[in-house]
Design a protein around this ligand. Sequence first.
Ligand code: BYC
Length: 482
Amino acid sequence: MPDGMAIDYDGLIPNNVGLNADARLRKALETWHPGYIDWWKGCGPVGFQDAEVYLRTAVGVDPEGWARFGFVKMADYRWGILLAPPIEGRRIGFGAHMGEPAWQEVPGEYRAQLRRLLVIQGDTEPASVEQQRHLGATAPSLYDLRNLFQVNVEEGRHLWAMVYLLQKYFGRDGREEAEDLLRRRSGDRDTPRMLGAFNEATPDWLSFFLFTFFTDRDGKMQLAALAQSGFDPLSRTCRFMLTEEAHHMFVGDSGIQRVIQRTCAAMREAGIEDPTDAERVRALGVIDLPTLQRKINLHFTLTLDLFGNEISTNAANAFNAGLKGRYREDKIEDDHRLLDATYPVLRWRNGVIVREDAPALSALNMRLRDDYVAECEHGVARWNRVIAASGVSFRLSLPHVGFNRRIGEFAAAAIAPDGTILAAEEFQARRDSFLPSAADGDYIQSLMVPARAPGEYAAWLAPPRVGIDNKPGDFAYVKIAE
Ligand code: BYC
C-alpha cells in the first residue's frame, strides 16, 4: 500500500501509513498498545467506560471520511494513525534549508531538536485527558458529556500520532520516549507533565470550557506551526490533527456562550440591573459575569505561558532548521529566513513595560503568541455580542499579557489585568479581584450537579443551538449502563 490515502481499518491499529508492510513498526506499536489501554482505563475518564457514546471516528482523511458518527464504548474506540495526504513535490518553506525537498527521514543534525518537539507536543495530549478525568460525574447534560468524551478520545489519538512518529523515526530512543509519555502524570509531584498549564486542575465544567477555548487554541497554534515543518511526516500528522482540533475549540467557545446566555437571561427575568451584584446573581443559580472574567484572567494567562520565553534561541534554532515555522508561514510574504528582520517585543525593563525591536528569529514565540492573542480577542468579542444582545451592561476582556505570568519577561512583574504596574503587596491584596478565589471555586463547584435525562440541561447553562450531527435536542448522546 502506498504511503498515501488508503486506510487499513481491519487491523488492531487503523492507519493510512502502511503499517502492514512495516513489521518492526507494527510490533513496536502493538507492544505499546496494552500500556496505552491500561493508561486510558487508569487515568482516562472515570466511569462511563461501559456507556455507549455517540462519537465520531476518523475513517478517512478526505473531507467526508474523517467524521463517521456512531455509538461506541470508549475503550473500544479505534485510535488510529492518520496522516493528511502527501503534497506532491513539497519543499521546505522557511529557514536555512528553504527550497530543498521536504525531508521524508529525520535529518541527523536535527534529531535531538525534533525529538524534543515531538515529546513536548505528545506530553500535552494525555495530560489534558488526565486533567479532565473526573468531569463526567458532573456533566451538565448528555450533549456535554458526549463532547467531553469526544475531546478525550481525540486527545488520546493525538498521543498516538506523536508516538507513531517517535517509534517510526527514532528507534530505541523513540520507544523509550513513548513509554515515558505513559509514565508522567498531570499534577504529580515526582513525575509531572512537562509544561505548566498541563499540571493545573480542571475541577469543573466552567474550567473545561475555558481550557478548550484557551488552551486547545494554543494547541491549534503550535500544531499549525509544526504543520509547516520541513519534516514531512510531522507536517502531515499535524495537518490531520488540526481538523479535529476545531471541534475542541468549538466546545469551549460555544460552552462559554451558553453560560453567558443563561446568566443574562436569568438576570433579566429577575430584574437585576447590576451585573456586579454577585450575591443576587448567584442566588439565581447562575455564574455571575465578574466570576467568569476572573476565570478568563486565569486560563488566558496560564495558556500564555505555554508559548515559552518571548526571546528564545530554541525557537530561532527550530525555525532555522526548518522544523517549526510561523503560523501560516506559507501565507506570509517575506523572505522566510528572517536573518535581518526585526519584530516588536514587549519587555520588562527596570520596572516598566517597554516595546523593543528584537531580531525576528529570536522573537518567534512572541509572534506566535501575538497571533494567538488576536484570535482570542475575536472570541471575547463574540461573547460580548451575546451580552450586549441581552441588554446587560457588562464587557468581558482579555487581561494584559504581563498579568499573572510564570514564564518569560513578566514572570517577576506584578501587573494588574488592566496593565497597571503594582507593588507586589498591592497585587497580593487585590489578588481575589483579579483571579478566582477559593470562594469562587466553591460556588462554581456547588453548581456542578449532573443532568442525565435526554434533553435536560443544568440550570447554569443554556442548551446548544443545534445538536451534534444535527441530532434533535432530546437525543440520548450517551447511553449510560444501569
Ligand atoms: N512550562 O526557549 P524557551 C496542545 C521551558 S498545547 C514549563 O522559551 P521554547 C494541547 C522550555 O521547554 C501545544 N517549561 O522554550 C492543548 C525550555 O526548556 P529546556 C503543545 C517551559 O522551546 C490542549 C526552557 O523553558 N505543543 O497541543 O522556545 C489539550 C526555555 O524556554 C514552559 C507545543 O508546545 C512552560 N510553559 O518554547 C491538548 C509545541 N515554556 O528545553 C493538547 C512544541 C518553556 O531549555 N513545543 N519552558 O530545558 C515548543 O514549540 C516549545 O518547546 C515551547 C517552548 C513553545 C513549548
